[in-house]
Write a protein that binds this ligand. Structure first.
Ligand code: PLP
Length: 305
């Protein structure tokens, strides 16, 4: 989906004009793929634009940086404030937000220790990532021929830019084969996650999602979904899944900030009942929660004004 420019981008403490937010061609992270980033959404609420679980996203950005031994020059609170500033400057009622920290211009070579760390936050309008009817009609999944990184190769717990080469290879492979999204397996053959979403399946009434040890990112939507599910009396747990567990599941959905809650209608051409009853309840409740329409989840919203 093409990017729609907005007014300003926050770069290293300043709000700069969209077209002026530029970097040098010798920027370190462009060459070696070591930057850390987040994907966040602001939603229209009765009290103006509100960013969903913004502090948790900035905490995860800090954790990603810690794993990479990258010293972020801004605290979580400063990044929260900067995000609010850039969303406010955009004048948008809702938007997608992309914070990124990267090694800047000035050093080359694989030793990152002398590099400067630059930080930017941009926002722009972005609709449903897997399609407007993904929650109702569901998406077609393909198990990728590409394997998710091993923890000792590229730590999947860190949302590092270079990790997403693996995701892009899988995504393009799935799209070219006529599917909507890819499912990644870990080097040990367990289900890990999708290219940019966590996976949930229901088997015998229990909602199961793969653990971090299987190569999944610690998803903020995953956490929200588990809370919503439990509050509706659904049993949930982290557990290892094989591809066969997916083929015979009772229902399945994927979730992430960009994709929100999207139902799955088939995996490798094996149909899955869609949308399943738990999927429908959770997708509807999540859609209300992010807009501040559910009292008990109002703390998840961080208002811009
Ligand atoms: C690989 C991967 N898994 C899962 C997710 C879902 O995480 P979240 O719900 O925090 O957006 C994302 C999105 O950031 C992702 O890129």
């Amino acid at each position: 989906m093409p990017i729609t420019p907005t007014e300003k981008i926050w770069m290293n403490g300043e709000l700069v004009d969209w077209d002026a937010a530029q970097i040098h061609i010798l920027t370190h992270s462009l060459h070696y793929g070591m930057g850390v980033f987040e994907g966040v959404r602001a939603y229209e609420s009765a009290d103006g634009p509100a960013v969903f679980r913004l502090t948790e996203h900035m905490e995860r950005l800090h954790n990603s940086a810690r794993i990479m031994m990258m010293d972020l020059p801004y605290t979580v609170d400063e990044l929260v404030q900067a995000t609010k500033d850039v969303v406010r400057a955009s004048g948008l009622p809702s938007c997608y937000i992309r914070p990124i920290a990267y090694y800047g211009y000035g050093e080359m070579g694989l030793n990152t220790l002398p590099c400067t760390v630059d930080v930017a936050i941009a926002c722009w309008p972005w609709g449903a990532y897997l399609g407007e009817d993904a929650a109702s009609k569901g998406v077609r999944m393909k198990i990728s021929s590409w394997t998710r990184h091993d923890h000792n190769t590229m730590p999947p717990a860190s949302k590092t830019t270079g990790n997403y080469v693996n995701s892009s290879l899988a995504k393009v492979e799935a799209l070219k084969a006529g599917y909507d999204e890819a499912i990644m397996l870990s080097p040990q053959g367990f289900v890990s996650e999708c290219t940019g979403e966590n996976i949930f399946v229901s088997r015998n009434g229990v909602l199961i999602t793969p653990p971090i040890a299987a190569g999944a990112l610690e998803g903020i939507t995953q956490d929200s979904v588990m809370t919503i599910a439990r509050d509706h009396g659904f049993e949930t747990r982290f557990d290892y899944l094989t591809r066969s567990d997916l083929y015979v599941c009772d229902e399945m959905f994927v979730c992430g900030t960009a994709a929100e809650v999207s139902a799955v209608n088939s995996v490798d051409d094996r149909p899955i009942p869609c949308p399943g009853p738990m999927t429908s309840v959770i997708a509807a409740e999540y859609a209300k929660a992010v807009r501040g329409e559910v009292d008990k989840y109002k703390d998840w919203l961080e208002h811009v004004d």
